[in-house]
Design a protein. Structure first.
Length: 400
């Protein structure tokens, strides 16, 4: 693989900043074509599709942040000289070619490409048909930036494939693909895992849980629940399930207070059998599959638990392994919860909405990985490299 000089890569990013700022009105106009053709019944997907001036500003900001980060390629991880005289150096190296498959969000066409390119990877972008016009013009901007700096357009390429064609592409890729990142719902992830012939890094469902412990500060709990649920329902870090310790003081009164608050905000409430006795007007969940569901809507489920062990077991059984939170004033209890809950991000007295590259100090992200290999959580610039060993000898041979 040809390693590009960091100055060349940064010049491409500088060009891209200028180009999309200049073309912002055309980008927004092309996005409007997608919005006009979209069925607004799926509000979460529609929200992800929108590109306005603020979204273009966000794209520019993401490119600037990546441009200003240290080049992740060729960084020394370890450097040893062995007793044999062999010198062994381990350095970061590009993956090669990354394919990302995503739905609706045109800003991924910017963020995924800028991260992959800065990390010296070629990237293939398979966006959803609902964002076709938006993605085509953004690809055009990338190609202009590359060609202005003497580089091939092949570094960043949009795939124009239908579902059946994508399936064939995954099974028999016309070129070597080193990593696939499916960024979407369960159906998309299963589709990729069933058909891919190379490594797949899962950016999985949210289905995030929050546990309100017996000693929780109730006002703090209300504040966090409201933010995590209503701030952005289309986010994979939005809250879906709230587990409330039955031993909290004034239990029934607090449950009713939470119901009132959520209804004022337009949130639909589902409840388990125990909570239904306190909130008889809410829909009781009888289908176990709802526990596994990521809502992506103004909908939340409230359930009763006996203690933290009960809450931990339920979260590890049902959640998507994305984000989980505990509301408690007991630091030891928080420590136990955070160590035992098997999620990419765990929170103490804070909203799950912070599981985001920009919010966690990572910067622009390719996705939020719920896999454990090779990285978990926000996939930023530093996570889009692998490693390579450089071994230097002088006629060395192994004799044992």
């Amino acid at each position: 693989m040809k390693l590009l000089d960091k100055n060349i890569k940064n010049k491409v990013l500088d060009s891209m900043i200028t180009i999309i700022d200049k073309e912002r009105h055309q980008i927004i106009a092309e996005n409007k074509k997608d919005l006009d053709a979209f069925d607004k019944e799926d509000q979460a997907l529609y929200d992800r599709l929108v590109v306005d001036n603020a979204k273009v500003d966000g794209m520019i900001k993401a490119i600037k942040e990546v441009r200003d980060q240290e080049d992740p390629v060729g960084q020394t991880i370890s450097d040893l000289t062995l007793d044999s005289g062999l010198k062994v150096t381990n350095k970061t190296a590009p993956f090669g070619t990354i394919l990302i498959i995503y739905e609706s969000r045109p800003d991924v066409t910017i963020e995924a490409a800028v991260l992959a390119f800065k990390a010296n990877n070629k990237i293939l972008l398979k966006g959803g048909k609902e964002a076709v016009n938006s993605n085509i013009i953004l690809e055009k901007c990338w190609h202009q930036a590359l060609e202005e700096n003497g580089l091939s357009k092949d570094w960043i390429k949009l795939l124009h494939l239908k579902r059946e064609e994508t399936q064939n592409f995954l099974k028999n890729p016309p070129e070597k693909i080193d990593l696939i990142v499916p960024r979407g719902g369960e159906r998309l992830i299963k589709f990729v895992k069933d058909n891919a012939t190379c490594a797949v890094l899962i950016s999985g469902r949210g289905n995030n849980f929050l546990y309100v412990a017996e000693d929780a500060d109730w006002l703090k709990a209300i504040k966090v629940i409201v933010n995590a649920k209503t701030d952005k329902i289309s986010g994979c870090n939005a809250l879906d399930k709230v587990l409330i310790d039955k031993n909290i003081p004034e239990y029934e009164k607090k449950i009713q207070e939470l119901e009132t608050m959520l209804h004022k905000l337009g949130v639909d409430i589902l409840v388990d059998k125990n909570i239904s006795e306190i909130l008889p007007n809410e829909t009781q969940v009888k289908d176990n599959n709802v526990w596994f569901e990521e809502f992506l809507a103004m909908k939340i489920m409230l359930a009763e638990v006996n203690n933290e062990d009960n809450a931990i077991d339920m979260i590890n059984r049902y959640s998507g392994g994305h984000s989980a939170a505990i509301i408690t004033e007991d630091k030891e209890l928080a420590k136990k919860f955070m160590q035992q809950v098997d999620s990419a991000a765990v929170y103490h007295n804070a909203s799950t909405r912070f599981t985001d590259g920009g919010q966690m100090g990572v910067g622009a992200e390719l996705a939020i990985s719920t896999d454990k290999l090779h990285h978990r959580g926000p996939l930023g610039l530093k996570q889009l490299v692998t490693n390579k060993y450089y071994v230097f000898g002088d006629g060395h041979i192994r004799t044992s």
